[in-house]
Design a protein around this ligand. Structure first.
Ligand code: HEM
Length: 670
């Protein structure tokens, strides 16, 4: 009772006090608002001065809400759609409205120190002052080429963005191959892993992919005619097996397994956690509840890594130290693990045996995640496109028949003969254009000094997202951009084949009687003679560094030359892309814009596994279509909806009707 009376007396007193304090509060609030407006205007004036100094255009800003900016629009879910779907559509709409470059306003711009361009944060460049929190989205090809050609010193991968991934993968957080910036560590790792994706390795990896695709065909045929199959699930099993066998020498047997595959589930869960954390648009201190989900993510990753340690790593280690000539990915990772445990590779977490092992396992996990999921979904999208475009599917099968692949896929289909399947190449490109596995952001960079990208001023400190999805579907760059039309690539692919054939012929001339340098490989490759002929240099996308086993490329000075060459190539591509974009402003959109095609990124951080990915996609498509025809089920619920998680996947799988193709006596599956 006494308490009750005390409370009764306390509230009127409090209200009386508040009444007295109210004018002070409101004056302080008005003061803060005035200060905010002044700072905002000062930041705006500062930006205009910088832009004027650079002689560049100001980045446009789509209509935004006060204070919340574009935050809600980016988080909006479309009706019945997965989150990523609406997010991609919104960004694409803004890209079209603003010519492929715009600035986003996010609450974090005023939550981060230096967010108002006041120069309070670190990492500023050239005295212009940082613009921490500013987010720029680019899909204009000239601007994107220019960004990716800037190099790691000026535009490294954005540490703040990739930190969330590092926290999931590494405990304590440490850069992985995917995320580390210009450090010597990343360069050394990338250079050593590049060997694992060299031509001789690829030829063998292609055979592995073909064998697994034949196994999958046999499993599918075993289900009987007329079944509805989730080809996304089947494709993920296939790509996991190919990644395991070709790169780590371990068969997960996911294709042959009848039930759920634990490793696939764990990898999926970890990828989903990555995705949730990278979408976070607020700094961690402004959203402390995220720390719980961070802990959960890390524990899921630990379960996955325990599994990998027990199953995969034990097997790889059990093989003993790899001989020097072994350049497979497994061997490179073992060497990396050993140098980490000796502390000979500089690394924040490389402090001894345990940390070294942990880093190695994390890299293995990252490789598996990076390696299998984008390929699996890309294959599912390609199969889905072909099922819905029967004319294209029939044309592809006709090409396979013409080249003898249909009748004898086991023997006739080799890496060296891929140049004889140009329509297969067109189909792979068109599927990757419509459904790039990493749609947006395909890559995230942090700008270290004021730069001009495609004519727009981008201030130091800005975070830049590359929106490959919007670029690949821009009506300014592609005629009828949403239509699956593999024919649009025909002329470009023919040109590439001619160039590769000419280079192959020149190589064959030079190499006569000499043999191939750097030929000390663990496994002997098959079809080497044919590889020296026409099409030998042809790898599909050509945006990755020169093959390190190509003799001269192994030398030290050559590296500097390569760097220069790469910078020149990027500059040339940027100016060609600028010309193409200018030309397209008045004229009707071109049927095909190869410079606006970047499913694997570009420049020195482009996808390391792209040649393998393309080879695997080709092997799987060619083999599967030799045995089955694919059709839509006719059920509207089976129409695939894109969902952009860490990778662009069909939200509820890709369900297709499987029809057996008539086979001759020579061509059984598996
Ligand atoms: C269709 C399949 C694939 C697509 C579309 C794809 C796409 C990409 C993209 C867009 C990047 C980022 C480039 C950048 O930040 O500028 C990337 C990086 C990377 N990818 Fe892929 N990828 C695929 C398959 C693979 C495979 C099969 C592997 C390995 C087995 C792989 C390994 C990597 C690695 C290691 C990086 C980081 C490279 C670095 O930062 O130096 N990817 N990929």
């Amino acid at each position: 009772m006494r308490h009750h009376h005390e409370r009764e007396r306390l509230f009127p007193q409090l209200f009386a006090r508040l009444h007295v304090l109210a004018p002070y509060f409101s004056t302080a609030l008005i003061g803060l608002l005035v200060l905010y407006v002044l700072l905002w205007n000062a930041a705006k004036a500062r930006r205009s001065r910088r832009r004027a100094a650079l002689g560049a255009k100001e980045l446009p800003v789509p209509p935004a809400l006060p204070l919340l900016g574009h935050w809600l629009a980016l988080r909006a879910r479309g009706r019945g759609a997965e989150p990523g779907d609406a997010h991609l559509r919104t960004l694409r709409r803004w890209a079209e409205a603003h010519g492929g470059a715009f600035r986003l306003l996010l609450p974090r711009a005023w939550l981060l120190p230096g967010g108002l361009g006041l120069g309070l944060g670190g990492g500023g460049g050239g005295g212009a002052g940082p613009a921490a929190g500013e987010l720029v989205v680019l899909s204009e090809p000239a601007a994107v080429q220019a960004l990716l050609g800037l190099g790691e010193e000026v535009a490294p991968k954005a540490a703040a963005y990739y930190r969330s991934l590092e926290q999931v993968l590494h405990d304590p957080p440490a850069p992985s191959l995917l995320t580390s910036t210009a450090a010597a560590e990343w360069r050394a790792m990338r250079r050593s892993l590049l060997f694992a994706f060299s031509r001789p390795e690829l030829e063998q990896d292609f055979e592995v992919a073909k064998a697994k695709a034949l196994s999958l065909a046999s499993v599918v045929l075993g289900l009987g005619p007329g079944v509805v199959l989730d080809v996304d699930d089947a494709a993920l099993r296939l790509s996991l097996d190919v990644a395991g066998l070709s790169k780590l020498g371990y068969d997960f047997q996911a294709v042959e397994a009848t039930g759920q595959v634990l490793l696939l589930r764990l990898l999926g869960e970890v990828a989903a956690e990555w995705d949730v954390r990278r979408r976070r648009l607020l700094p961690a201190w402004a959203a402390p509840w995220l720390l719980d989900s961070a802990a959960e993510a890390s524990s899921k990753c630990r379960i996955l890594q325990d599994f990998i340690e027990g199953e995969l790593w034990a097997d790889i280690e059990g093989r003993g130290p790899p001989p020097p000539e072994d350049i497979t990915l497994a061997a490179q990772i073992v060497r990396l693990g050993h140098s980490l445990s000796r502390g000979s590779v500089s690394g924040r977490s490389a402090g001894g045996g345990g940390a070294g092992l942990h880093r190695t396992l994390s890299e293995l996990t990252a490789q598996l995640l990076l390696g299998h999921e984008p390929v699996g979904h890309s294959l599912a999208w390609a199969l889905g496109c072909l099922a819905r475009n029967r004319a294209a599917q029939d044309k592809l099968v006709a090409e396979l028949r013409r080249e003898g692949v249909y009748d004898a896929p086991h023997t006739a289909l080799t890496y060296a003969m891929l140049h004889r399947l140009p329509f297969l190449d067109c189909c792979v490109r068109e599927a990757l254009r419509l459904y790039p596995a990493q749609p947006c952001p395909a890559t995230v960079r942090q700008i270290k000094k004021d730069v001009v990208l495609g004519g727009w001023a981008v201030p130091a400190g800005a975070e830049v997202w590359v929106d490959v999805y919007a670029m690949h579907r821009s009506p300014r760059l592609w005629r009828d951009p949403d239509r699956f039309n593999p024919e649009r690539w025909a002329a470009h692919v023919a040109q590439l084949h001619e160039a590769a054939a000419a280079a192959g012929a020149a190589d064959a001339g030079e190499g006569q009687g000499e043999g191939k340098k750097g030929g000390s490989k663990k496994k002997e490759k098959g079809g080497g003679g044919a590889a020296a002929g026409a099409g030998a240099g042809y790898d599909g996308m050509n945006t990755v560094e020169a093959d390190p086993t190509d003799g001269a490329a192994a030398g030290g000075e050559v590296e500097a030359e390569q760097e220069e060459e790469k910078a020149e190539q990027a500059a040339a591509a940027a100016s060609a892309a600028a010309e193409a974009s200018e030309a397209s402003s008045d004229a009707p959109a071109p049927l095909c814009s190869p410079l606006a095609f970047m499913p694997f990124g570009a420049g020195p951080r482009s996808c390391l596994g792209q040649r393998l990915a393309v080879a695997e996609l080709k092997a799987a498509l060619a083999v599967l279509l030799c045995f089955v025809a694919l059709e839509p089920t006719g059920d509207p619920a089976d129409e695939p909806r894109p969902a952009a998680g860490l990778f662009l996947r069909p939200a509820s799988g890709m369900h297709l009707l499987v029809v057996h193709r008539p086979r001759g006596p020579r061509a059984g599956a598996a």
